[in-house]
Design a protein around this ligand. Structure first.
Ligand SMILES: C[S@@+](CC[C@H](N)C(=O)[O-])C[C@H]1O[C@@H](n2cnc3c(N)ncnc32)[C@H](O)[C@@H]1O
Length: 310
């Protein structure tokens, strides 16, 4: 039965809430087998896996994670609305020496790049998809810019709806080097040792689809719904990547904003942190990374750091 249902039809029906009725009419036993969204997401994930079977871009399929060596600007990677939650930290355009990506675009080019990948995410998001966008509040390297405000506006231009902003107070940030005019009002620099996690959604904030199984504890819920999060950044040296975020960041977003068995997406995988957090919280996950070397790093981390669970 499955073979005869085109994935586009399947996801369309799913979004129209007529999925169960369709299968009830067409195949009662399959309807029974799929009578929860757990199997639905498993089906979607398997369809993507099938598409990438024996494809050189498929770097790793491990447990519930799929890592693809793909460009987040390529709008043809998926042709369905797949994701329940997107968590990502894109390049900040602060001249970080990534292997493949040039992190020193002029600001207008950077905004065009940002609009394109956010547009792709929007295209691939389910109606109730949430989007946790980890970006700087601002930057001073290469000229002062209100990056946080500018990308939040851009995301809304693309179609994302604004929900709230979490301030991540990054305890061990090392940006306090440029003082401007030392001990003088001539031209001092103020640097905020924080980053943002802007929380957006596609169509509806209230989640009515999915397994409906939350795994957050009372303490976590109370602590994390306070939008000031304090935990250390990750060490570049320890991870072997120039800009990793700590596991705690995707871990909190996943537990707060998604159900077990939801499909999590990170278009800028880097060292694989989001996929590790997703695997270890029993969610499906798909990630893209343009650089082969970072794909290799992410692959090793995912295998090493998810071996005990599921
Ligand atoms: C800020 S890092 C992400 C770090 C990640 N959160 C982690 O914990 O390791 C951004 C990553 O995006 C990758 N990247 C840059 N441009 C890309 C593109 N167009 N498509 C996919 N990945 C890209 C870079 O190679 C880099 O690894």
């Amino acid at each position: 039965m499955l073979k005869f249902v085109n994935i586009r039809t399947f996801v369309y029906l799913l979004n129209k809430q007529s999925f169960y009725h369709y299968f009830k009419m067409n195949n009662t036993s399959f309807h029974n087998a799929c009578n929860n969204e757990l199997n639905t997401n498993s089906f979607i994930h398997s369809s993507i896996l099938n598409k990438y079977e024996n494809n050189e871009k498929n770097i790793l399929h491990h447990k519930k994670s799929l890592l693809l060596n793909e460009d987040a600007l390529n709008k043809n990677i998926f042709d369905e609305e797949i994701f329940d939650l997107i968590i990502t930290s894109p390049p900040y355009n602060v001249d970080i020496k990534y292997n493949s990506h040039h992190d020193d675009l002029n600001y207008e080019e950077y905004l065009i790049f940002s609009e394109q990948w956010m547009q792709n995410c929007f295209r691939w998001a389910k109606k109730q998809c949430r989007f946790c966008l980890n970006i700087p509040l601002d930057k001073n390297k290469g000229g002062q810019r209100s990056v946080g405000a500018d990308l939040t506006i851009l995301a809304q231009k693309v179609g994302w709806k604004y929900h709230s902003t979490i301030i991540w107070n990054e305890g061990n940030i090392s940006r306090r080097t440029a003082w401007g005019s030392w001990l003088s009002a001539t031209a001092p620099y103020v640097i905020s040792p924080v980053e943002l996690i802007v929380v957006l959604y596609k169509d509806e904030w209230k989640k009515t689809f999915g397994s409906k199984i939350s795994d957050i504890t009372k303490k976590e819920f109370m602590d994390w719904t306070n939008g000031l999060w304090t935990f250390n950044g990750e060490s570049k040296k320890r991870i072997g990547h120039p800009a990793p975020f700590p596991l705690e960041l995707p871990f909190r977003c996943i537990k707060l904003f998604s159900y077990i068995d939801d499909i999590i997406f990170d278009p800028f995988v880097g060292s694989g942190t989001t996929l590790i957090a997703a695997n270890n919280t029993n969610r499906y996950s798909i990630g893209l990374e343009i650089d082969k070397k970072y794909c290799g790093l992410a692959k090793q981390r995912i295998i090493n750091e998810t071996k005990l669970l599921f």
